[in-house]
Structure formats: structure tokens, C-alpha cells
Write a protein that binds this ligand. Sequence first.
Ligand code: TA6
Length: 287
Amino acid sequence: MSSSGWSTDGKTVQMFVNGDRTAQAEVYLYGAHVTSWQDNKQQLIFLSQKAKLDGTKAIRGGIPICFPQFSDAGPLKNHGFARISVWSVSASKSSPQQQDGSSVSVTFTLSPNDVSREMWNHDFLVDYKVTLAPGVLQAEWKVHNRNSELPFSFTGALHTYFAVNDASRAGVTGLTGLTYADKVRDKKTFTESDTVVRVPGFIDRVYASAPDSMDILDGDTPYIRVEKKNMSDAVVWNPGADNARKMSDFGDDEYHNMLCVEAGTIVNPVTVNAGQEWCSTMTLSKL
Ligand code: TA6
């Protein structure tokens, strides 16, 4: 008999599924930030040993929520304010509940705060539902425009840091033929010619109109599938040695053990009219 459930200490939410295949996940209320996803005891998400977990800066690793701006694609702070805000748990308000079956979902909610009003003065509500099941971690995020009249536009991404044994052997499939902006080459655009995008060291590419399913390879072995709905673009990032040394919350050698493959809406901002909502999903599957 499978059992599943969640608990919280007010700072983090621990989610679990127990059965013939166990799964666990951890989410910080700061940033609604997934910091761990273990499937059958294998850690699939990278978290820097030097990550700040005290709310003083964005958590390095896990799944940062980039909203309402992706990276430096606008006037706001890099990746916006969602990942540096404290979210609330909007699932059942009562004590943690056992949920039948072999999956558990917890929904986190963000509404305007002093930081967001300073940066981006809109009346918004973001719901972020994390679902854990054997072999699967899913994030569904909804952005509601609660302005009375004004539409708003945003860019964003789920900036997932995957744990890999050796980034130089990792790869990403599904990107062949796409146009990408290459931050390593002054954001000039190129067309992807490789069937498998490998990680030569520093890589930082925004692929436009990426497919809704991409596989991360460990060597030539399929490792994790990234599926997205209603997010048009994808990012592949590894800081490489030089940038790793410049990040105070990232170990000098940690770039060997992580690869970011991000689902996002980056190239063309999303516009949400007053009273409307935008919804997207990212599903990660252990292959
Ligand atoms: O998603 C890739 C990227 O935009 C890189 O350009 C790099 O800046 C990375 O995000 C990390 O950004 P952060 O603000 O978390 O250091």
C-alpha cells in the first residue's frame, strides 16, 4: 500500500511518497524553491554546498522560479523577485494531511509584497503546485492578473539545476535545428546543428520555440525527461570553471556536477489581461 504526505516546519515543506518506489522532495517557502528531489534515494536535483538557505539571497541550485523577468531581459533584478520572496502554503490550511494514492501535491502562493511593489507594481497572484509521484516531479504555475484594468507582461522560467555525475558527459536532446541566443558569444544567434547538445564548459543558451519534450543524457544514457506545457523556450546553462570561481555561493568545482535545463517563456513576453490567468506546467521524469 502506497502512502504519501507532507509536513512543514514553517521554513521548508517535506513531501514523500512511500511504496515499492519511494520519493521525497523538499521545498523552501523562500522562493517556493524545490531544493531536493530524491527518487529511490537518488538525488536528481543539484544544490550547491555553499547555497545560502537563510533567505539572504536566492538559493543556488534546486528549481529557482524566475518571475516576472528572466535573467537580465529587462529592467528588474536578475530573474525578478519570486525566488527571493517568502511564499505561503495554500494547500489545506489544516495540519499536514495524508493523501491517498502514490502522489502528493502542495501548492504555494505568492501575492504582492514590498519587494515586488518596488520592482513591478501590479496586483498579481502566483500559484505554484508541486506534485511528487514515483519517478516524477511536476510543477504547475499559474499567474493571475488581479489588476482592475491594466494588463501586465512578464518573462520567466523554472531554472532547474539537475544533478549530474559529470557535466562534460551530459547532454540534451531535442534542440537540433533551433535558433539560440548564445550568451557566451555576445548573445548572437546561431542555429543548433548538434543532435545532442554537449557541455563544453561554460554554456549559456536560450533556445527559442523549444520542443515540449527534451531528454537529459548521462553519457549516452537517457537520464531525465523535461516536459513543458505553455512555455515556449528552453535554456541550457553551465557556468564553467571561470564563472564558478566568481560565484560566492557555488563551489569552484561544482560545475562538474550540475546542468541547468530550464523551461521558460523568455523570447516573447507573456501578456495577461486584467482578470485573466496564465498557466504552464513542467514535468520531470526519471528515465
Ligand atoms: O539561466 C541562465 C542564467 O540566466 C545565466 O545567464 C546566469 O546568470 C544564471 O542564469 C544564474 O543567474 P543567477 O542570478 O542565479 O546567478
